[in-house]
Design a protein around this ligand. Structure first.
Ligand code: IMP
Ligand code: MG
Length: 185
């Protein structure tokens, strides 16, 4: 996709280019590979936002890992979390005794990951760690620490590389700040 695309025109700025994303994902993959030596982690992709990050990340991890998908919804057509976390698709298999890594696109209030951590801990994972492409620590309303993240970002609404506004912009190859005039109509 080239920079003249209408999708790019809705950004006020590009935060991370394709090259910067690829570099950060490769480094994170190496860290996880080292930290999980001798293990076969179960990596859980939180749909839909984390899907692009997830498929790139798992190809940078040199371990006999397995993958699963879960779908959660909290936003709807808004840039502010509803505070309500809804499970749309659960796991297909038990996670008892597994080393689990939950992979998210972005941590904002922390509500989604805190809900998922409680749920998956109650199912007897042997270990549970949180991975997120982006982290907005200034927005936390519940205490939550992300174990692995690529970038800490300021309080701005971002889209691209899987992140959406009203289901759009997921296919933008970069992460950028969405022009507020798109959602302040
Ligand atoms: P939390 O439960 O408030 O931490 O929100 C997490 C979810 O909100 C993420 O998985 C995203 O789907 C969504 N979200 C939070 N901030 C943004 C953003 O800046 N752009 C797009 N989606 C976001
Ligand atoms: Mg999401």
């Amino acid at each position: 996709m080239n920079q003249d695309s209408p999708l790019f025109q809705d950004l006020t700025s590009v935060l991370y280019t394709q090259e910067e994303l690829a570099q950060a994902v490769a480094e994170l993959g190496q860290r996880i590979t080292q930290d999980y030596q001798g293990k076969a982690p179960l990596m859980i992709c939180i749909l839909k936002g984390a899907s692009l990050f997830f498929t790139d990340l798992i190809r940078q991890i040199d371990l006999p890992l397995e993958i699963e998908f879960m779908a959660i919804s909290s936003y709807g057509a808004s840039t502010v979390s509803s505070g309500e976390v809804r499970m749309i698709k659960d796991l297909d298999r038990p996670i008892l005794g597994r080393d689990v890594l939950i992979v998210e696109d972005i941590v904002d209030s922390g509500m989604t990951l805190s809900y998922l951590s409680r749920l998956l801990n109650s199912r007897g994972a042997s270990s549970l760690k949180l991975v997120s492409l982006l982290d907005k620590p200034s927005r936390r309303t519940v205490p939550l620490t992300v174990d692995y993240s690529c970038f800490k970002i300021p309080d701005a609404f971002v889209v691209g590389y899987g992140l959406d506004y009203d289901e759009k912009y997921r296919n933008l190859p970069v992460v950028g700040i969405l022009d507020p005039k798109v959602y302040c109509k």
